[in-house]
Structures are given as C-alpha cells and as structure tokens.
Design a protein around this ligand. Sequence first.
Ligand code: CA
Length: 292
Amino acid sequence: MESAVELLVDQHALVGEGPLWDEEQQVLYWVDILSSKLFIYDPASGENRAIDVGQHVGTVVTRASGGLMLAVRAGFAAFDLETQELTLIANPEADISGNRFNDGKCDPAGRFWAGTMAYENPKDSGSLYRLDTDLSVHRMFGGVAISNGIVWSLDHTTMYYIDTLRKNVRAFDYDNDTGAIANERVAIDVPEEIGMPDGMAIDSEGMLWVAHYGGSCVSRWNPNPAELLEKIDLPVTQVTACAFGGPNLDTLFITSAAQELDAEALAQQPLAGGLFAVKTPYQGVPSFRFGG
Ligand code: CA
C-alpha cells in the first residue's frame, strides 16, 4: 500500500495501546498503559487530551449508557468522562497481585472481553475474561501469557484472539446469543521475522489487521485460509495496536510503545511511543459498545 504513514501525536508513550474509534463523538480513545493515561484524540482539531486514570489502564471501550469502560490493573471499571471518576465493577484477579489487565474489546452483543498478563516474565498466569451486560464476570480460559487482540467475524460466528507469546491468531466458534466459545484452532501462524502479534482489528471485508510488536509493521490477513495480504511499515519497532476510524472508517490509527528500547534504539526511532495514522482503501467496522 502506497499511502504515507503520518505521525499524529509525538507522545513517547511507554506502552501506547487500545485505540478505539467512537463513531458518535468522532474521536479516538487510546491509552498509555504504564503511564496510567487515557487519551482522547480529536482528528478535527488535532488535540490529544490526556486524563490520568490513577492506575495502569489496559484498554478502553465505550458504554451504551454513557461514558467509558476500562480494564485497569484492579479489574473492570466504569469511567465517567465528566467527573473523571473511576468506579470499579469487578476484579476477578484480586488474589493475583503480579498480574494486570491488558487488551480487550466488546463483542457484537455488548459484552466486554479483556485479558490479563503478568508484569514480570509473562508465561501462563493470565486469563481471558468476559464481563456480561448484567456485570457478571466469566473466566473463559487460563494459561494466557500476554492477552492481546480480539475481534469478531462479520457474521458474528467466529472470535479471533491473540496471545502474543503464542505467535499466532487463534479462532473459536462464537455464539453471539450466549457468549460461549468452542472449537479452538490456530487461524494464522505469524512468521517470527515480522515480530510478535499484538493488537488486532477487522475490516469490512472480514480481513484481519494485526500490529506486530518488534516487527515495525501492521499486516492485513485473510484468516481463512491464512494468507498475508499486505504489510504497512512504520518508523518504530514496537507496534502495538490498530483501529479503523475517521468519518469514513478508512483511516487506520496505529499505536506504538517506547518501552523495551535502549538509548541506542530510541535514538534510531525517536518517534517510538507515537500515535500514527494511514489512509487506506479499506473500511473498518464500527466498534461495539458495552451494553451494561
Ligand atoms: Ca497490546
């Protein structure tokens, strides 16, 4: 793809993450997990408002009844944008002090899925959780190293999920009525030379967009059968997540991280931790709101 990647915000985020387009407000939410910051980027003005959440924040989704939902270190939480009040809703890992919440998104029925990872040497202590609209929490499976990208197929019958250290994208049969998943299989094996799979988005053709941590790119995949269709290179190695947005849903917003880079690497990639965008000939699909 020939379009130029543009730097939108030179944020130097430690772990820029969680981009999510709000169609109603026409703004992009994103976070810097380890700086405990929620950002609201307005493409019309170029302003990037920063809000201190008060604890590490893994991801952000919108809420149908107003405000936002966050997955913070202490679990699932509601966030009021007016008062900036954080209200904890459920902490399924209250007894696991070494973990924090990481990436997550809402499914088509408005349930909020988010997973966890260990701060130190993540291996298998993480889990993937589902917060239902009645605010009940369900542990869907454990054995997760670094819980990351999650999207649902356009026909709402398949869930795609990335545990970064598995270096693949897994698929599950998904029941939109109940939120149940079954029939786990590997959809895409991600080649090591393009880094490790991190965040993920889906476009209106059902193709998957994967951010490659340590791989300086985002890629577009057909998940069935697995085929790498396109690759967009970035001027930073730690590419963390991507989301379609803009008035036509044809801009791909891309987050990045400045962590795990030494002084020499930071000198070579001074834009690490920035928020980027690229115009595409594709369109995303609207993000789902939390229905609870
Ligand atoms: Ca991530």
